[in-house]
Each structure stands twice: as structure tokens, then as C-alpha cells.
Design a protein around this ligand. Structure first.
Ligand SMILES: Cc1cc2nc3c(=O)[nH]c(=O)nc-3n(C[C@H](O)[C@H](O)[C@H](O)COP(=O)(O)OP(=O)(O)OC[C@H]3O[C@@H](n4cnc5c(N)ncnc54)[C@H](O)[C@@H]3O)c2cc1C
Length: 283
């Protein structure tokens, strides 16, 4: 598999990358780790005249931890896993990142590429919806912030414009217990279904809950109703069943090589139940 010919660009600043994207329009594409983009080019499913490699842009790298957490778009999945301060501040990131692909891919694949891609099978968009993260996009008209919960429009379509770069992802330091539960067909595979859950509790009762599901619709699904079903409960079997029932109203899985719709709906309920129980036990 050999991609069609393309021009390779390696800018050193965000402004230079944006000017290349603006100049070449739909014929240009940013590349971070390349682990989603290059296979598409090799399969000739993406025809790109100008590849804008972001690897030399220092401003896209790094993690800052304060009251909120800021992750540069070019941070790799392996860097997330190995950052102990980040794991202390937001442990769900490591639990989720360890379930992405394999170490070779995690060494190169970036958080920014994972969330900007718009692939419903990617794990980090649902995770970022669970954390209520904000994406900072910079383009020729300046910078703007978009909530992860508003970013995804349909499979591979997001609210990012062609001439905008995702620069960073920011979210408040999460409180309480967490769980990222993923069911896949084999090691290294994309999710058949996955659930990201954060639960805050006090006195044995849930005070806040955030739930997002992966690969069960053509976008990640933040289920406000599922989280609300847990609030005020002791997270017993009846409460978990109510949350699962609410989540099932929000997803719309398609039948494919990962299974028929009925199987995916059943599986979604099982993994969400497990994720809620684990998150509550850690809250
Ligand atoms: C065998 C295999 C298994 C995998 N399994 C999983 C899995 O289980 N779970 C999972 O989540 N992922 C999986 N992946 C995908 C992997 O995590 C990718 O690395 C990731 O989805 C994309 O990150 P990247 O840095 O490689 O992005 P790239 O491939 O470089 O880019 C992906 C898309 O995002 C755009 N983009 C990248 N960075 C930016 C930016 N800063 N601003 C604007 N646009 C940008 C690109 O233009 C492109 O359209 C797998 C990949 C492979 C090859």
C-alpha cells in the first residue's frame, strides 16, 4: 500500500502551520502521530496534496497541572500514561490510554489526533466528554474554545474548520472515583463498546456523575440522563439499572463486523454497569 504523491511540510510554529492549511485549503491536512491519517492515505481513502507535519511545533507539546489541567495537542498517549503527576490528578486518563491499541501506537499517537479525528471508535473523545473538556482551536481568525460535548457532528465530521488546528485540551481536575471500561474483540482493537465514568460521592451517596459512551453511535455520546439517574442514590443495583436504561435511550449503534445492534445494546449495558460500580467503589 503506497499513498499518492504529496508535498511534505514541517513548520516550526502554529502560525506557520495555519498559514499552510489556509493556503492549500481542502488539499492540505495536519499530521500529528499519523497513525490514523497515514493508513487512510495508504488505502487511498484520503487524497492529500500537502501534508503538514506538526512534530516540530513545541507550543503544541506539554502538560500543565493546576486547578485545571491543560494537555498540549501533540502529547502522545504514552506520555499521558507515564506522567505520574497527571495520573495523580486525573487517573482516568491512564486507565483509558492503556486500553488504546498497543505500546507502538501509543508511543506515537497523540491525544490531539485522537480527539480531532472524529472517528467514533477513538477512545479519547468520549473520555473528554466525560471530563467536560474544552478544545482550544486556533486558525486565521484567532482562537476559540469548543466543549468536547459540542464538538462531534457525525462520523469524521467535527466543528473544527479545515484551517484550524487543535492546540490544547483543558478540563477541571476531576473529583471522586473513575472508571474506563472497554470491550474489544482482541488485544489492540478499537472498542466494540466503551464507557467513561466519573462519580463524586459523599456519605455513601452520589453527588455528581458524568457518563460518556464510545462506538455506540456515529459520535461519542455524553449521557446527561444516565449521570442524573445516579445522583442522590447509593449506587445500588436499581440505580445502576436506571442509569443503564437512560443511557440506552441516548445511543444508536449500527450493526457491523463488531456485532448486531441487539448485542451492542446488551454489551453497552454490561460495561456501563461495571464502570459505574468500579467508579463508585473508588469515589
Ligand atoms: C492498529 C491500530 C489500532 C488502533 N487502536 C485504537 C484504539 O483502540 N483506540 C483509539 O482510540 N485509537 C486507536 N488507534 C488510533 C490511534 O490512537 C491514533 O494514533 C489516533 O487516533 C490518532 O492520533 P495521531 O496522532 O496518530 O493522529 P493523525 O493520524 O496524525 O491525525 C488524525 C486526524 O486528526 C487530524 N489532526 C491531528 N492532530 C491535529 C491537530 N492538532 N489539529 C487539527 N487536526 C489534527 C489529522 O489531520 C487527521 O485528520 C489505532 C490505530 C491503529 C493503527
Amino acid at each position: 500500500m503506497i499513498p499518492a504523491a504529496f508535498e511534505y511540510h514541517r513548520p516550526k510554529a502554529v502560525a506557520d502551520a495555519i498559514s499552510l492549511l489556509t493556503q492549500h485549503g481542502d488539499d492540505a491536512r495536519a499530521m500529528a502521530g499519523g497513525h490514523s491519517l497515514i493508513p487512510m492515505m495508504k488505502l487511498r481513502m484520503a487524497h492529500i496534496g500537502h501534508l503538514v507535519d506538526l512534530q516540530d511545533i513545541a507550543d503544541l507539546k506539554g502538560v500543565t497541572i493546576g486547578a485545571s489541567i491543560r494537555i498540549g495537542a501533540l502529547t502522545t498517549q504514552a506520555e499521558l500514561i507515564n506522567n505520574t503527576a497527571l495520573t495523580t490528578a486525573a487517573p482516568i486518563l491512564k486507565e483509558a490510554a492503556l486500553q488504546i491499541a498497543d505500546p507502538q501506537i501509543r508511543n506515537v499517537g497523540t491525544v490531539g489526533g485522537n480527539v480531532a479525528n472524529g472517528d467514533p471508535g477513538n477512545d479519547m473523545p468520549g473520555l473528554m466528554q466525560c471530563l467536560d473538556a474544552t478544545y482550544t482551536l486556533t486558525g486565521p481568525r484567532g482562537s476559540r474554545d469548543v466543549r468536547a460535548r459540542d464538538f462531534y457532528q457525525s462520523a469524521y465530521f467535527t466543528s473544527r474548520k479545515d484551517d484550524e488546528l487543535l492546540v490544547a485540551i483543558t478540563f477541571a481536575k476531576p473529583v471522586g472515583g473513575y472508571a474506563y471500561e472497554k470491550q474489544k474483540r482482541k488485544i489492540g482493537d478499537y472498542a466494540t463498546a466503551a464507557a467513561a465514568v466519573q462519580i463524586a460521592a459523599s456519605g455513601g451517596r452520589v453527588t455528581a456523575a458524568s457518563i460518556a459512551m464510545t462506538n455506540l453511535s456515529d459520535t461519542p455520546v455524553y449521557s446527561a440522563a444516565a449521570g442524573a439517574a445516579l445522583v442522590g442514590t447509593a449506587c445500588d443495583a436499581a440505580a445502576i439499572k436506571s442509569a443503564v436504561t437512560a443511557m440506552l435511550l441516548d445511543i444508536n449503534p449500527a450493526s457491523d463486523n463488531r456485532g448486531p445492534v441487539e448485542f451492542k445494546r446488551h454489551l453497552a449495558g454490561v460495561i456501563l454497569g461495571r464502570a459505574i460500580a468500579r467508579a463508585f467503589s473508588r469515589a
